[in-house]
Design a protein around this ligand. Structure first.
Ligand code: SF4
Length: 245
């Protein structure tokens, strides 16, 4: 501590002592409250900006006919969740239930994803749940018969996701499944050669954001024993943002 600062503090303490105080009359709990309120106000302001930007993007997508997936879809599945979330989950495409409801991951695979998110929330000690994170897909319309989205469809649709990611600015992304991981990681070579089993378990980057590729939740409908691998990936994601895993 500098001499000048020491002298100032001594003078201040003496001043208060003369008036009968035995310590500085600071209301620290009030200060902490004020700081907390300021952070909450700032978060809700940011949330407002993000929601406005996402609404504008949704309007721009409109009744999109930009690729052939528009022909058989019922609903565009834009994505949903907390726009201030630190974690974003990205799958490949809506399935039958998602197409009907217009929401991501609401079928059987969605239930597995919801359990994973809830388990992460519990492990982190923050008890966050599905509504507290953001979920989207590489393409926003269901490929007929749940086939894989094709490369031209992904390249037309993924710029919308790119802008969603920019708006939400998560601290970390979990890429769910081979196609999501292949697209986000900008892998060289054909998708047929890309293996999620080999890629999962370590971080890559998408626009400067760490990305953890892992299995698609639907994979566990046939291979439940591999859930422990995705749980290990999820724990690494929590640690990446400073939470308990
Ligand atoms: S998948 Fe994307 S680009 Fe294709 S029609 Fe749907 S919203 Fe438009």
């Amino acid at each position: 501590m500098g001499q000048e600062l020491k002298e100032s503090i001594t003078t201040l303490l003496e001043f208060y002592k003369e008036f009968g105080f035995d310590r500085l009359p600071l209301n620290l709990s009030q200060k902490t409250e004020n700081r907390k309120q300021k952070t909450e106000d700032r978060d809700s302001e940011i949330q407002g900006f993000k929601e406005e930007a996402l609404n504008a993007l949704r309007e721009e997508i409109g009744d999109c006919q930009r690729c052939r997936l528009s022909k058989e879809r019922t609903h565009i599945v834009f994505g949903e969740g907390n726009v201030n979330s630190k974690i974003m989950f990205i799958g490949e495409a809506p399935g039958r239930d998602e197409d009907i409801q217009g929401r991501p991951f609401v079928g059987e695979a969605g239930q597995i994803l919801t359990s994973l998110i809830n388990k992460m929330g519990e492990a982190s000690g923050l008890n966050f749940t599905r509504k507290d994170v953001y979920i989207a897909n590489i393409v926003k319309c269901r490929p007929p018969g749940n086939r894989d989205p094709q490369e031209d469809e992904m390249s037309v649709c993924s710029p919308f996701l790119e802008r969603q990611v920019e708006i939400i600015s998560p601290e970390v992304i979990m890429a769910l499944g081979r196609i999501s991981a292949y697209t986000l990681l900008d892998v060289q070579g054909p998708i047929s050669k890309f293996s999620i089993t080999k890629a999962r378990g370590r971080f890559y980057e998408y626009k400067g954001i760490p990305v953890m590729p892992t299995f698609h939740p639907a994979y566990f409908l046939r291979n439940p024993k591999d859930k422990s691998l995705t749980w290990a990936d999820a724990q690494a994601v929590l640690k990446k943002i400073g939470l308990k895993g």
